[in-house]
Design a protein around this ligand. Structure first.
Ligand code: DC
Length: 240
């Protein structure tokens, strides 16, 4: 069976991570969270007090930084972790999940030079297929020739509620209204930025999971992947 490259893009709280992880596990593919790369670099910028609008310094910082993503340990997996993230060899898996890093990553992701460096890293990490990569521009910029592209969406209210529950589980006291404001602000920045804005690739399948659970959404995508694989095999047969 040919191994596909599956891209899952969508706004914050659309369920990308849980769904992408589950799809990868059902298909036996690897899972890569591109947002973790922006977050790890944002953490380094915050630690070094580099201004988040200083494009030249941030691009230089991206070039001299080594970010690695690895599959989570079974314990981290059970606790809902995504990839393990390493920043210049130091594990930062939990540090990159704070609200401060979320905001910083969203600012840093507007800088073209930073994106160039991280996109090249993501292309290297996903080369060879058999991968489910999630982000904002994976189907449009990172893997424009991916065999299956999904654009995952849900209403802002439902996405904010999911994020709010995550904060609650971590003992962070935000109100639902604050989280909804943050979701709207990040949506605006992700969708309106000049470089690689969050847009649906023309050939992406839109999946709105406002009223769907993770398992249902993941199984729908696996069905689409199976269909796509059959099409790939049929197309290869015709060429022979
Ligand atoms: O998916 P996430 O919330 O962990 O992503 C963190 C930030 O990085 C988010 O504001 C959008 C940005 N990002 C991006 O611009 N492109 C990607 N491929 C992934 C994330």
């Amino acid at each position: 069976m040919p191994k596909l490259t599956i891209t899952i893009d969508g706004p914050a709280g659309s369920g990308k991570s849980s769904v992408a992880k589950r799809v990868a596990s059902l298909l036996g593919y690897s899972y890569l969270d591109s947002g973790a790369m922006y977050r790890a670099l944002a953490l380094k910028a915050l630690e070094r007090r580099v201004a988040l609008n200083d494009g030249t310094r941030l691009e230089a910082l991206a070039k001299e930084t080594h970010i690695e993503l690895k599959a989570p340990t079974p314990e981290l997996e059970a606790a809902g972790a995504k990839n393990r993230a390493f920043l210049d060899g130091r594990e930062v898996t939990t540090e990159i999940r704070t609200a401060e890093v979320s905001q910083a990553a969203s600012l840093l992701a507007t800088i073209a030079g930073v994106r160039r460096v991280l996109v090249a890293e993501q292309q290297r990490a996903g080369a060879g297929g058999g991968v489910v990569m999630e982000g904002r521009d994976i189907g449009t910029v990172v893997f424009p020739r991916a065999e299956l592209k999904i654009f995952l969406d849900a209403s802002p209210e439902v996405r904010a509620e999911r994020r709010w529950k995550e904060h609650q589980e971590k003992g962070e006291a935000f109100t639902l209204a604050e989280v909804l404001d943050e979701v709207r602000e990040r949506d605006r920045r992700d969708r309106e930025r000049k470089v690689s804005p969050l847009v649906r690739a023309a050939d992406a399948v839109v999946v709105d999971n406002t009223a769907m659970g993770i398992e249902e959404t993941a199984r729908l995508i696996v069905m689409l992947a199976n269909e796509r694989q059959k099409e790939e095999i049929a197309a290869a047969g015709k060429k022979v």
